[in-house]
Design a protein around this ligand. Structure first.
Ligand code: AMP
Length: 355
């Protein structure tokens, strides 16, 4: 199929017999678990062999595995997967393993709006979107000579914070920077980090109401990043840097967290503004997204990133979170995605939530 039309792709689908599929990594246990709870069949796409560790988690194990030699080969099996009524739930690793170009071309019904990728992966466009929505982002330092406060240097496309570093002066910056790679310099925001997990439904009006559809807050986490989060066991960062030990920002896990309740209205203001802006910029984000924030000492949010699909920070909440529990007991993000697909299938609205 050369066309990339969701209507055409869905034309041959038996919408009463959909199968939810994703790549066996990242948040797949939760996605399969949530899909099973909503009565879907599931398919785990895996490289080389079926992942044995799923046997240890029967409730998170896909009903069947689909083995490929390389994730990029998924494209060549698209017809076979469509014949099996497969709907793809993309997560961060899915997009990374496939490569953004292949992901955008993948002729399979995919949960969410794939157009969001160009707005999220290009830091200039991301800033246009988030600042355009009225959110406050960390200041961007265009000229490294002007560094006069702590900054974080981020390489473009670096996954999981790899290679990021902190500098407090121009001298520290030049000592560490790799000029061969494109980078961005951002003010290092002092405060506490909250990664907010939203769910936006363009087709349901049963939560925080927006101009189209409604918004939920399902959970939040704090990422555990090595070595920055524990390096102080050895000494202060300044002391360690003097002997050439530099903290790194590689994500290794996620910690559940809740926020001061008085900050929740602002959480919804921000989420709502991001969705409304996305509707005017590119037809709207769909489903799960995460705002990565720092709350400063004057209790304001600075948003340094958006992830426009299910994030691994939702994994602590397979059986619900302190927020999701107030929507429906036992509601994970994976389950919420399955519910959205189920509702859309029953109401002939699949084209509204798949691309
Ligand atoms: P990112 O890849 O943008 O999510 O950044 C990786 C990690 O670096 C984050 O999870 C934060 O711990 C940290 N970080 C990123 N940007 C900032 C910032 N502007 N101020 C403070 N910490 C940041």
């Amino acid at each position: 199929m050369d066309t990339f039309n969701i209507k055409d792709m869905l034309a041959s689908y038996d919408t009463k017999d959909l199968r939810i599929a994703t790549v066996c990594s990242h948040s797949s246990l939760q996605i399969f678990n949530g899909a099973k709870k909503e009565g879907f069949k599931t398919l785990g796409i895996s490289v080389g062999e079926r992942k044995k560790y799923y046997d240890a988690f029967p409730l998170g194990k896909p009903d069947e595995f689909f083995i490929v030699d390389d994730y990029k080969d998924i494209v060549t099996y698209a017809k076979e997967l469509r014949d099996d009524n497969v709907i793809i739930i993309p997560h961060g690793s899915f997009v990374e393993y496939l490569g953004p170009k292949n992901f955008l071309k993948l002729p399979l019904p995919t949960f969410g709006n794939r157009n969001v990728l160009m707005w999220e992966s290009d830091r200039t466009k991301e800033r246009e979107w988030l600042e355009g929505a009225g959110l406050t982002m960390p200041e961007e330092i265009k000229d490294p000579h002007t560094i006069n406060k702590p900054v974080i240097v981020k390489y473009h496309g670096a996954k999981g914070g790899k290679g990021f570093f902190i500098a407090k002066t121009y001298g520290e910056f030049v000592k560490r920077v790799d000029m061969k790679k494109p980078y961005t310099i951002q003010e290092f925001v002092l405060g506490t980090r909250y990664y907010l997990h939203y769910f936006y439904s363009p087709i349901r009006k049963n939560a925080y109401e927006l101009s189209k559809g409604s918004l939920q807050l399902l959970s939040m986490d704090r990422r555990d990043e090595t070595t920055i989060d524990e390096v102080q066991r050895l000494g202060s960062i300044a002391e360690l840097e003097e002997v050439g030990i530099h903290p790194t920002f590689v994500v290794t896990g996620n910690i559940p967290i809740v926020l001061r309740e008085s900050l929740l209205p602002e959480v919804f203001n921000m989420g709502a503004a991001v969705v409304e802006k996305s509707l005017s910029l590119f037809g709207g984000i769909i489903g799960s997204f995460c705002l990565e924030t720092v709350v400063t000492e004057d209790l304001t949010f600075k948003v340094f990133e958006i992830s426009a699909r299910i994030v691994a920070g939702t994994n602590p909440y397979v059986a619900g979170s302190p927020y999701a529990e107030l929507i429906q007991p036992d509601l994970s993000t994976g389950r919420r995605i399955a519910q959205e697909i189920k509702y859309a299938a029953e109401n002939k609205l699949l084209e509204e939530i798949l691309t």
